[in-house]
Design a binder for this molecule. Structure first.
Ligand code: GLC
Length: 741
């Protein structure tokens, strides 16, 4: 087939070699329109189709049919194709064997690292360190781009308040204020200043919308909530990512208020494009267009394709419904070709923005691939953010840090010697075999100690036959480090649990070891808040390490040894038990609040457990202590145009340096709708030497107190407010102020 070289197009001036800057919008639009004008309807529909590469033991492979689709211009993007050579070969098919030579877009789930794997996002969010979270995205982008990738399906910014849902591991916790800041940091990290740079990639805000609120925490289940809660909580991180310039958005599998997101004009057009001004492209989640049939929202394939394209969905991931039906729908007049053109424009714009028309092979570079993957610099950055992700939950009698002089350590438990589990779910191109296990981390940190290991039990089995060996090992030690938790694949997609207990015989193993009276340090690796009510009583020290990624073992040893003083704080509430779910810090007061009549029968409470969580949002201990004092407001009353200045003194009253995440919350005591008892409105992570004190100052624009009032208008309301500062959502001190008309 004689191919019309795209770069022969009028108005397309090809810069030799590396393009140096993002083309201006007008020239970009001209180039897009110029190319669009040459495309057949079939070629246009091809740009709206995304298919997966496959894997076999040798690595990514491409089904024969997909190769034919690429050569015939029926597919415009491929995901799960990784590697400079492999992507180059696929790209050559598109560029050299199709009529117009339009380059492919290569996407992949680079969620928390590419080959250097960082902590799962829920763990990373506990650093509250936006610069660190941006850096990990930058490194991930650099490594992904070195392997031919242009686009990551990340960040996942779904708010969730339900630990039964497996994908809480993938998000930034329960709070939309923090979640929005993380979304911004991640988009900036992935996309950088200029998408022309070959170490930046397109980001993808997912899963739009409210995927994190499935009924009963059951994966893919129904989402139903008021428009007020949708807008005030769940939509904010998506909007923050889009405001940060996210290039793409992914639709969620779930329905919202009866309409599947993938067919929702309200979400995809009214809010996303008209209200928020999003000008990138929308891709569905995996076969989500086909799932409109299962939802009972589309009657057949053609109807599903029509609903999706009319809703504003630009690219069909893996269903093939656009490829199968859009040409026919346009030719029959059921769908306007202008809709197709709009979607094609949005996709071509991103391909131009990446510089793929100047050089379609610019990301498939074996030299960069060898230089940048898992470099020492990247691994050190991973170790740093991993140790900052660790949350110290208990440390009775200063059991930790462990002295370097310790001689005999018993290391027990199903997560103690695991490498694969350390990289968690959604670790894409990561290789678990390259991860540092806790055992390896401890051996490196305590080279003179005897570290006796026994698994004790499996992660998720009732078998207790390993207990006796574990007990014997423990008896001969000075201290027991017990590594418990979940398997990596017990969280992530399609991994909801009806129990948040430690799986298998792990609690039974803990019960037996507790009887020995040895110092017991429990190290947790898990992808969700667990019910730690018993464990928290039994453990002398309890350390939440999530799944920390490639450098897990070293990062945990850094904390257990005190080489690094833990600073992480929870971004998701830990309930006392399953029955409390959903439980989150920013709940409503109700008409019969417990604290009005603490011993009263007729108050909002349970018969069998107190209302407070086991560990609240924002909770985390340090090896030192911090005092909070001298809280002041610069005004006792304010107007909506004012800014409130809040200050306090934080002092490190302990004996060693430490970092503290100082949190700022606000309560609106009376509103035209009821208001949460607290809302996070600021935080600062400060480092203090032993004995050092610092004046911490927050400036709070009163406009930040805006909300959707009873008539759904967005703004502030006069009345009494309280500002809190504290070390977590429960441990705060407050001062009131009046917001005037
Ligand atoms: C999955 C996930 C989504 C991911 C996509 C491609 O089903 O829901 O997060 O990006 O498929 O792997």
């Amino acid at each position: 087939m004689k191919k019309l070289l795209v770069w022969a197009l009028p108005l397309v001036v090809v810069a030799c070699g590396q393009p140096t800057k993002t083309p201006s919008a007008s020239s970009l639009d001209q180039r897009v329109d110029s190319l669009l004008s040459l495309m057949t309807l079939e070629e246009k529909v091809g740009q709206l189709t995304l298919y997966t590469s496959d894997y076999d033991v040798t690595g990514p492979t491409m089904r024969a049919q997909y190769k034919e689709d690429i050569k015939s211009g029926k597919v415009g993007a491929i995901f799960n194709a990784v590697g400079a050579d492999y992507t180059r070969n696929l790209q050559k098919m598109a560029v050299e064997e199709t009529r117009l030579g339009i380059p492919l877009l290569f996407g992949y789930d680079v969620v928390h690292g590419h080959q250097t794997i960082f902590p799962i996002p829920l763990g990373e969010s506990c650093t509250w360190d936006l610069e660190a979270m941006k850096l990990s995205a930058q490194i991930a982008a650099k490594e992904a781009a070195a392997q031919g990738l242009h686009w990551t399906f990340a960040p996942m910014v779904d708010i969730s308040r339900d630990p039964r849902w497996g994908r809480v591991m993938e998000g930034g916790g329960e709070d939309h204020y923090l979640g929005s800041l993380i979304a911004k940091a991640k988009v900036e990290g992935f996309q950088g200043e200029n998408l022309q740079d070959t170490h930046t990639i397109l980001s993808c805000i997912k899963h739009y919308a409210a995927y994190g609120a499935p009924q009963a925490g059951r994966e893919y289940h129904t989402v139903d909530m008021s428009d007020r809660v949708l807008r005030e909580v769940y939509l904010l991180p998506y909007k923050a990512g889009i405001d940060a310039g996210a290039a793409t958005v992914m639709t969620s599998f779930n329905e919202v208020d009866g309409v599947p997101a993938t067919g929702s004009k309200y979400l995809m057009n009214d809010i996303l494009r008209k209200e928020w001004g999003f000008n990138g492209f929308v891709v569905t989640d995996y076969t989500a267009i086909m799932e409109l049939l299962h939802h009972g929202y589309a009657a057949d394939t053609a109807h599903a394709a029509q609903l999706a394209i009319e809703a504003g969905v630009d690219m069909d991931m893996q269903a093939g419904f656009y490829q199968d039906k859009l040409v026919e729908l346009v030719k029959s007049g059921r769908v306007s070709e202008s809709l197709i053109d709009e979607s094609v424009r949005r996709i071509l714009r991103q391909k131009f923005m990446l510089g793929l028309f100047e050089d379609p092979y610019r990301y498939s570079d074996t030299a960069r691939e060898q230089a940048w993957l898992m470099s020492a610099e990247h691994l050190e950055a991973a170790r740093d953010i991993s140790r900052k992700s660790i949350v110290l939950l208990e440390n009775k009698n200063n059991t930790l840090p462990l002295s370097s002089a310790i001689q005999r350590i018993a290391l027990i438990g199903p997560l103690a010697d695991s490498k694969r589990d350390m990289i968690g779910a959604w670790s894409a191109a990561g290789d678990g075999n390259k991860a540092v296990s806790l055992r390896e981390g401890l051996m490196a940190r305590y080279p003179k100690a005897t570290i006796a290991y026994a698994q004790g039990c499996a992660i998720d089995s009732p078998d207790k036959s390993g207990f006796s060996e574990a007990l014997q090992v423990a008896k001969n030690s000075e201290v027991v480090i017990l590594a418990l938790g979940e398997a990596a694949q017990m969280s992530g997609e399609a991994a909801s649990r009806t129990s948040i207990q430690l799986p298998g015989a792990q609690q039974a193993l803990m019960d037996e070891l507790r009887k020995l009276g040895k110092p017991l340090i429990v190290v947790l690796s898990n992808g969700r808040p667990l019910d730690l009510s018993t464990l928290s009583q039994q453990a002398d020290a309890l350390v939440e390490t999530w799944f920390l990624g490639t450098m897990a073992g070293h990062a945990i040893a850094d904390v257990l040894s005190g080489d690094y003083n833990p600073s992480g704080k929870l971004t998701m509430t830990f309930p006392r038990n399953l029955g409390q779910i959903p439980i989150h810090y920013n709940m409503k007061n109700t008409g019969r609040p417990r604290d009005v009549d603490p011993n009263g029968k007729y108050t909002s409470r349970y018969l069998d457990v107190e209302n407070s969580p086991l560990y609240p949002f924002g909770y985390g201990l340090s090896y030192t202590q911090f005092s909070y004092s001298n809280m002041q407001l610069d005004k006792e009353s304010a107007t909506a145009k004012d800014t409130l200045r809040v200050q306090l003194t934080v002092k490190n009253t302990g004996s060693r340096q430490g970092e503290e995440i100082v949190q700022l919350y606000v309560r609106d005591w009376v509103g035209s709708v009821t208001r949460p008892v607290k809302e996070l409105k600021g935080f600062q992570k400060i480092s203090l030497a032993a004995g050092e004190e610092k004046t911490v100052v927050f400036t709070l624009p009163i406009s930040d107190l805006s909300f959707y009032r009873q008539d759904m208008s967005f703004g502030t309301e006069p009345g009494g407010y309280e500002v809190y500062v504290g070390r977590n959502a429960e441990d705060v001190q407050g001062l009131r102020f009046q917001l005037l008309e």
